[in-house]
Design a protein around this ligand. Structure first.
Ligand code: ADP
Length: 478
C-alpha cells in the first residue's frame, strides 16, 4: 500500500508544535509495518540552508488557483526510505513563519490543489491521501469536486486527522469560487459552510472517507459542546467514521542515552541530576540539586492553561521551587513570564524562542513538567517528559488523560500527577502533592522517574492501528 501524507509541518524541516513531530515520526513507523509513505509539504522561506541545499528539483507544474495558473516547483529529499516532497511557490511560502498571514486562505487553497495536481508527476499513485489539520482540509473536497471521474484519481481514498480542532481555517465564502473553483452546491450545513463562511477544517471533516483524532479521549470530547468548537453536532453525524489513535514519539530521536543535545547522556536518576545542575548553571538559576525544578515547554496560548499558572504563580513561588518556561506565542503571556523572571530572578527562567536543543535540555534537567491544558488533542510534551525521566503534572483531558495515570501511593500505580477541573487551585494542590513526594519520598521519587524513562510510547502500536485503517479503506476499493 502506498500512502501520501499531506501536511503543513514535518520536523526537522518545519515544526511549530506536535504536528511536526507526528509527520516526522509516523511515516518511519509505518515503513516498519511495510507501508510505503511519502510526505508532501509547502516549501517555507524559513527552511534552513542545510536542508535547502539537499533539495533536488523533481518537476515544475502549473496549478490552477481560481482563474489563475500558478507556478509550482516540486522538490524532494529522500531520507531513510521516505520521500519528502516540497511544493515551491515563493509568492505564497517564501516568508518568515508558516501561518497566520492575511492570505492563508489562498496559500492553503494553492497548497491543497497543488498536492492533487502534483500526484501524477510523483511516480506513485497513493491508495490513500492522509490529510492533517485545516491546511489540508480542502484536499478531500477538491478530490470530490474536480478529480473523482478522472481515471488516475478514481478510487483514491482520504483520511483526515484532526490534530487540533480549535484552528479551523475560516475564510469568506468567496474562496469557493475565487480560489477553489468549487460550486455553491458545496456551501451548505453538511458541506463546507460554517456560520456563513467557509471552513477548511469542515471541508476535511465533510469529504474525507475516514476521520481520526490523535487520542481516543479527544475523539469523544470533540463530540461535546465544551470541546467541539461549534463542530460537535457535525462530528457526531460522522462518528461512525471517526477513530482516536494515540500519538507516539520518536524514541530513537528522543533518547536520553544518545541525545546529542544534552549536557550528558544518562540512563539513571543520578545522570539526570547532573543534567539538572548543568541546566541551572546554563540558564543562570542557583545551582542546587535539592530545589525542585518545574518546567513548561509550550506554545503560549490559552489552550495550554497559562491562565491557571499565572493566577497562582505567587503561591507557587512560596513552595521554594524553580520554574523554567520555554515558549512563544501570545504577547501578553510572553510579557507576563518575562516580568515574573525579573521579579523572581533566583526562581524563574523565561525564554521566548523556539529552541529544539534547549527544549531537550529542559526535559532532561527538570523534575516535573507542567501541562494544565484546557484541552489537549494528544500532547507530545508529557510523553517527551516521561522519556527523560521527568514526571508530568497534567489536567485530565484528551491525550493527557490517556497517557498520564495519577500516582496512587497505596497501590504504587501511576506515572504522574493529575487534576480534573480547570481550576488554578486544583492545579496548585496537585503541584504541592507532587512536591511532597519529591521532598519526603526520595527513594520512591527516583523509582518513579526511572520507571517513567522506560515507558513505551513508541509509534508501533499506533502505526498498526493506522495500517488497519488504511487497509479497511483499501478493501472498499476491491
Ligand atoms: P502542540 O502541538 O499543541 O503545540 P504538543 O505538546 O503536542 O503541543 O507538542 C509540542 C511540541 O513542540 C513538543 O515537541 C514541544 O517540545 C515542542 N515545543 C513547543 N514549544 C517549543 C519551544 N518554544 N521550543 C522548542 N520546542 C517547543
Amino acid at each position: 500500500m502506498n500512502i501520501l501524507f499531506a501536511a503543513s509541518e514535518c520536523a526537522p524541516y518545519i515544526k511549530t508544535g506536535g504536528l511536526g513531530d507526528v509527520i516526522s515520526a509516523l511515516p518511519k513507523a509505518l515503513l516498519n509495518q511495510e507501508i510505503q509513505v511519502s510526505v508532501i509539504l509547502p516549501k517555507y522561506g524559513n527552511l534552513s540552508d542545510s536542508y535547502r541545499n539537499q533539495l533536488e528539483l523533481h518537476r515544475i507544474i502549473e496549478v490552477p488557483v481560481g482563474w489563475r495558473k500558478q507556478y509550482c516547483g516540486i522538490e524532494k529529499i529522500v531520507k531513510n526510505g521516505i520521500t519528502i516532497y516540497f511544493l515551491d511557490n515563493e509568492y505564497y511560502f517564501k516568508r518568515y513563519g508558516s501561518y497566520g498571514f492575511y492570505d492563508d486562505g489562498e496559500r492553503f487553497a494553492f497548497f491543497s490543489r497543488a498536492v492533487l495536481e502534483a500526484l501524477p508527476h510523483l511516480g506513485i499513485r497513493p491508495d490513500v491521501i492522509h490529510c492533517h489539520d485545516w491546511q489540508t482540509g480542502p484536499i478531500p473536497l477538491l478530490l470530490h469536486a474536480h478529480y473523482s471521474n478522472h481515471p488516475f484519481y478514481k478510487g483514491i481514498k482520504t483520511v483526515f486527522t484532526i490534530h487540533n480542532l480549535r484552528y479551523q481555517g475560516i475564510f469568506s465564502k468567496s474562496v469557493l469560487s475565487e480560489l477553489l473553483d468549487v460550486s455553491d452546491r458545496y456551501f451548505h450545513i453538511d458541506g463546507v459552510e460554517f456560520y456563513g463562511n467557509v471552513s477548511y477544517m469542515k471541508a476535511g471533516l465533510a469529504f474525507a472517507d475516514r476521520l481520526t483524532t490523535v487520542s481516543p479521549t479527544y475523539s469523544k470530547e470533540i463530540q461535546t459542546t465544551y470541546y467541539g468548537e461549534q463542530l460537535d453536532g457535525f462530528i457526531r453525524k460522522r462518528k461512525s467514521d471517526l477513530l482516536g489513535i494515540l500519538n507516539g514519539i520518536d524514541q530513537s530521536s528522543y533518547n536520553p542515552v544518545s541525545d546529542s543535545s544534552l549536557f550528558e547522556n544518562y540512563d539513571s536518576y543520578e545522570g539526570k541530576i547532573r543534567n539538572k545542575k548543568l541546566l541551572q548553571e546554563e540558564i543562570a538559576l542557583p545551582v542546587n540539586e535539592s530545589i525542585p525544578v518545574i518546567s513548561m515547554i509550550t506554545r503560549l496560548v490559552d489552550q495550554k492553561g497559562i491562565d491557571l499558572v499565572l493566577h497562582v504563580f505567587n503561591e507557587m513561588m512560596k513552595q521554594n521551587i524553580q520554574f523554567i518556561i520555554l515558549g512563544t506565542g501570545e504577547y501578553r503571556y510572553e510579557k507576563a513570564f518575562r516580568e515574573l523572571a525579573n521579579r523572581y530572578p533566583k526562581q524563574v527562567s523565561a525564554t521566548n524562542k523556539f529552541d529544539e536543543a534547549l527544549s531537550r535540555k529542559i526535559y532532561a534537567g527538570s523534575d516535573l513538567f507542567l501541562m494544565p491544558s484546557q484541552f489537549e488533542p494528544c500532547g507530545i510534551g508529557q510523553l517527551l517528559a516521561f522519556r527523560y525521566g521527568t514526571l508530568p503534572i497534567v489536567r485530565e483531558t484528551g491525550g493527557l488523560k490517556d497517557t498520564v495515570i495519577p500516582y496512587n501511593e497505596f497501590t504504587n500505580q501511576g506515572n504522574g500527577f493529575s487534576f480534573t477541573n480547570y481550576n488554578a487551585h486544583d492545579m496548585l494542590y496537585t503541584i504541592e502533592r507532587a512536591l511532597w513526594f519529591y521532598r519526603f519520598q526520595p527513594k520512591k521519587w527516583k523509582e518513579l522517574t526511572e520507571k517513567a524513562m522506560k515507558l513505551d510510547f513508541s509509534w508501533e502500536t499506533s502505526a498498526k492501528a493506522y495500517k488497519e485503517l488504511y487497509e479497511s479503506l483499501h478493501v472498499l476499493n476491491v
